[in-house]
Design a protein around this ligand. Structure first.
Ligand code: SF4
Length: 574
């Protein structure tokens, strides 16, 4: 079976912006709960994940007594907004307005023409929050029109001076037909096509896809109007369509395994729900071997990380002038593997944070993955024991830190945990690995903490920090729900990227300075400098090329984030 996924599948930028606003509000919120006015998006599965982060849904503004209230992307009626701003001014609550700027543009158009006596016709869905909000700006009267029949029923009096706008998720074809019909009957008529760019691109792609495939699967919440429109569009091309909220709802009986299936999704559908559907379709057809996929999903990234960590340790030891031994790379690799595999099981939200499919895979593989993690940890202790009691204690301390990081301890009336320290994950993970990979060998070898030692620790920390941060940024991009322990949620994407680049630049500057300025420089300074430049520039290049430039598409081949770890191993060869 060939599965083609629409490039536009996944959150639109307005929904992602609202999601970020909610998660950032929950990270900042020291006092009081975080609530959204109405469901943030029309997707029950994504809402469930946000709910587990402590974000609640308030049905009315009056039901919000304190804390932070986030206005969702659809916007709210202007009268409600004014009331809430007054309450904010009185210090009753904090307001975060995540109304999508595309929706605000429609408000601006109505505010411009309605006071000039124009009756406003909104092409949209009756009762939809966005259309209701638009109506509140129309002081000279308005009507929501859902189809051609309703447009034809508009009384002549309302069409003397008329402004036509659309709910941002209306269908482009219906907008054209209905607005043409109104224009033909109206006196003074202003037509503003306010369908947002994301919607029309999604609809364009849906048309193209529906033309070329044998079968269409539309993924999204049942209350999502733009998802419904996608299903209608696909049906219009005479193709069989299944409209599902989750992969579990799919009926696989009609598939022989040889069809080409197109998968599209609405603006409020997280990418992981789409991936779950694709996985199931591929398993049903002649997709990648299932055992291989499970192995890859369970061990792919952990193995890439742990082997990379071994190369990184070896290379940096060579650069620092430590005697090369297999023991330290082995301890670092085993420690990294154990922590990676155990971490999801130590957090009550961990299994579900990357979507239900990942959660199910982790749950099914619990026994195997935890066993592998414990064996790795025992191996790390075993090898550390050959270096002495002190080394065991260092590895034990670092492991204990990893194991208790997400644990909550009740102190008085409060629960405390390392994870609750904002931004802690990215920084502490980097420091823990730097301790095992560099601080332990330096201490065991009796080295003085000179500039070279500090530069080496900085380099390892910066590279591990870059890896964790890039994964967090990518998870955010893939519509996964992160917590306030990650820097992108705490500081925002832009500041996190600046911090990451600053850490890499500092590591490069420090290691180059030591390479060129210390009393006993390496005879191969140029080659060493080139490798140092490559390993620190690679994460920055990855971020720029892969995250920024290719993020709209879904590339088949993805470069390894950990490649810089492997390149660092070259330092042992020059
Ligand atoms: S569909 Fe368009 S208008 Fe609506 S939230 Fe997304 S980007 Fe904004």
């Amino acid at each position: 079976m060939k599965v083609i996924v629409a490039k536009t599948a996944g959150f639109c930028w307005g929904v992602r912006r609202a999601m970020d606003a909610v998660l950032e509000a929950s990270a900042r919120s020291g006092a009081g709960p975080v609530q959204t006015l109405g469901p943030l998006i029309h997707n029950p599965q994504a809402l469930e994940l946000i709910g587990r982060r402590g974000v609640a849904v308030a049905e009315t503004p009056e039901s919000v007594r304190s804390g932070t209230l986030v206005i969702r992307a659809h916007g709210i009626p202007i009268q409600q907004l004014r009331g809430l701003k007054d309450r904010q001014a009185r210090g009753e609550l904090t307001l975060v307005n995540a109304t999508c700027p595309e929706v605000a543009k429609v408000h601006a158009k109505i505010k411009k023409w309605s006071p000039k006596g124009y009756f406003t016709v909104i092409l949209g869905t009756h009762g939809h929050a966005e259309s209701v909000a638009h109506q509140s700006f129309a002081e000279h009267g308005s009507a929501i029109v859902a189809n051609m029949a309703e447009a034809l029923a508009l009384p002549e009096a309302q069409l003397e001076k008329v402004l036509v706008v659309a709910q941002t998720t209306f269908t482009t074809k219906d907008f054209q037909d209905i607005s043409d019909s109104i224009r033909a009957r109206a006196g003074a008529c202003i037509v503003e096509n306010t369908i947002c760019e994301d919607t029309w691109m999604r609809q364009e792609e849906a048309r193209e896809l529906a033309r070329t495939v044998d079968y269409v699967i539309v993924v999204g919440g049942r209350a999502s109007s733009n998802t419904k429109h996608l299903a209608e569009l696909a049906r219009h091309f005479g193709k069989p369509v299944q409209y599902v909220e989750t992969a579990a709802e799919m009926d696989l009986a009609p598939f022989a395994g040889t069809e080409t299936v197109g998968v599209m999704a609405g603006a409020s559908t997280p990418t992981w729900l789409v991936e779950e559907v694709v996985d199931l379709l591929e398993q049903h057809g002649h997709g990648p071997d299932k055992a291989k996929r499970v192995l890859n999903a369970a061990f792919g990234n952990p193995l890439k990380l742990s082997v990379g960590a071994a190369f990184l340790t070896l290379g940096i030891h060579a650069w620092t002038g430590l005697p090369l031994s297999w023991r330290y790379p082995f301890i670092t690799a085993a420690y990294a593997l154990a922590m990676y595999l155990l971490t999801p099981y130590l957090d009550p939200l961990g299994l579900g944070s990357k979507g239900p499919a990942r959660a199910r895979l982790l749950e099914r593989s619990r026994r195997v993955l935890v066993s592998v993690a414990l064996v790795s940890l025992l191996c790390a202790f075993g090898v550390a024991s050959t270096l002495g009691v002190g080394s065991i204690l260092v590895v034990f301390g670092a492991s204990l830190f990893g194991l208790v990081y997400k644990k909550r301890v009740k102190v008085g009336d409060h629960y405390l945990s390392l994870k609750a320290i904002p931004g802690s994950k990215d920084i502490l993970v980097a420091l823990a690995l730097a301790v095992v990979a560099m601080a332990l060998p330096l201490w065991h070898d009796g080295r003085a903490w000179g500039p070279r030692a500090w530069a080496a620790v900085l380099l390892v920390s910066a590279l591990v920090f870059a890896r964790t941060t890039i994964f967090n940024l990518r998870d955010m991009q893939n519509d996964q729900i992160l917590g306030k322990e990650t820097l992108p949620i705490l500081l925002g994407r832009r500041t996190t990227k600046i911090l990451l680049l600053a850490a890499l630049a500092a590591a490069l500057a420090a290691t180059l300075a030591v390479t060129w300025l210390t009393a006993h420089p390496s005879p191969h300074r140029v080659r060493v400098s080139l490798i140092l430049a490559a390993i620190t520039c690679y994460p920055a290049a990855y971020l720029w090329f892969f995250q920024e430039r290719f993020s709209a598409g879904k590339p088949k081949v993805e470069p390894w984030v950990e490649l810089s770890f492997y390149l660092a191993g070259l330092l042992a060869l020059v």
